[in-house]
Design a protein around this ligand. Structure first.
Ligand code: SAM
Ligand code: DTB
Ligand code: SF4
Length: 317
């Protein structure tokens, strides 16, 4: 099914397809657009940690919850460069930096621009996720060489209100619009397993499909239920439902890179490989994500060797 526009019925039909058939369909789409053994390796660094004024119910960095995350102010440029060089030496192609802000404060913004320039000079692809942006900020980031901006819709519009009260879905869409106008590549995805229904997942995927095209990368996180957050007791999503969601994303977005993001450390090797079969072709590589655990580099090296993923590159066919 290669479609220009998607509706609810299409999505329910995909979810109702027998599991093996759906994965087969997604894998055919995947192979038509990418080499099946290519995996994009991204490195992630928290450049400003904790004490975020937002109340995102999943997030360990929100000032509203007691999660034990140590707050840190904006990292010095020299330290960011050191970490970026280390990531490059470890094989990363893309360096993604995250800040626990509602929006980047004006007084820190020139430092952010310096960081983008310096990381770009290392011949890495540069991605940032800093919260909401003004159009002017998005344009300034583009000017200094930022490649991607990550800003997730995270879930359906309806479920969003139950997870976050300090901003709206429309706020999110507005920043994505500015990122697009500024000519930055959009990286936008979400979290699966926050207690949302299949209908929410369907509506979330439909929202992604309405964003400006092409959507360059789509991070799919599986909730890490963090102690101290309102979602600490969320029921773990069924593995098959999660894999099916990845397959739906692959079928809907044949040319996008799909990143199996948070939650890999709690998945078995086999579960991860099902996600790769279903169309995921990018991971965060490094022992920690922003503050939470990731699958370790040693484990990833062993897994990739076992399944024949050796080239840490990404070339579109
Ligand atoms: N503050 C910025 C923002 O909200 O856009 C950037 C950082 S924020 C941590 C980036 C994304 O991380 C969120 O949109 C969410 O998708 C993901 N995330 C945060 N906590 C998570 C968790 N416990 N489990 C899975 N994904 C999580
Ligand atoms: C995304 O979608 N997932 C990454 C990245 N974009 C910035 C972040 C995952 C964060 C997991 C919780 C933590 O490490 O604090
Ligand atoms: Fe802040 Fe982003 Fe965490 Fe929300 S997800 S609390 S905006 S760091």
């Amino acid at each position: 099914m290669n479609k220009a526009s998607w509706n609810k019925d299409d999505l329910y039909q995909l979810y109702s397809t027998p599991f093996i058939d759906l994965i087969h369909q997604a894998h055919l789409v995947h192979r038509a657009h990418f080499n099946s053994t290519d995996m994009e390796i991204c490195s992630l660094l928290s450049i400003k940690t904790g004490s975020c004024p937002e109340d995102c119910g999943y997030c360990p960095q929100s000032a509203h919850f007691k999660t034990g995350v140590k707050k840190e102010k904006l990292m010095e440029l020299a330290e960011v460069i050191k970490q970026a060089k280390r990531a490059k030496d470890a094989g990363a192609k893309r360096f993604c930096m995250g800040a626990a802000w509602r929006n980047p404060p004006a007084q820190e913004f020139s430092k952010i621009l310096e960081i983008v320039k310096a990381v770009k000079a290392l011949a890495l692809e540069v991605c940032m996720t800093l919260g909401m942006l003004t159009l002017e900020q998005a344009e300034q980031l583009k000017k200094v060489g930022l490649d991607y901006y990550n800003h997730n819709l995270d879930t359906s519009p309806n479920y969003y209100k139950r997870i976050i009260t300090t901003r709206t879905y429309e706020d999110r869409l507005e920043t994505i619009n500015y990122v697009n106008i500024a000519g930055l590549n959009i990286c936008c995805g979400g979290i699966i397993g926050m207690g949302e229904s299949r209908e929410d997942r369907v509506n979330f995927l439909l929202q992604l499909s309405k964003l400006p095209k092409p959507l360059k990368s789509i991070p799919i996180n599986r909730l890490i239920a963090i102690k101290g957050t309102p979602l600490e007791k969320a029921t773990i999503i069924d593995n098959f439902e999660f894999i099916k969601t990845i397959a739906c994303v692959r079928i809907m977005f044949p040319e996008s890179i799909i990143r199996l993001s948070a939650g890999r450390h709690e998945m078995s090797d086999e579960m991860q490989v099902w996600c790769f079969m279903a169309g995921a072709n990018s991971v965060f590589y490094g022992d920690i994500l922003l503050t939470a655990k990731n699958s370790t580099i040693d484990r990833d090296k062993r897994l990739f060797k076992k399944i024949g993923i050796e080239a840490f590159t990404m070339q579109e066919k």
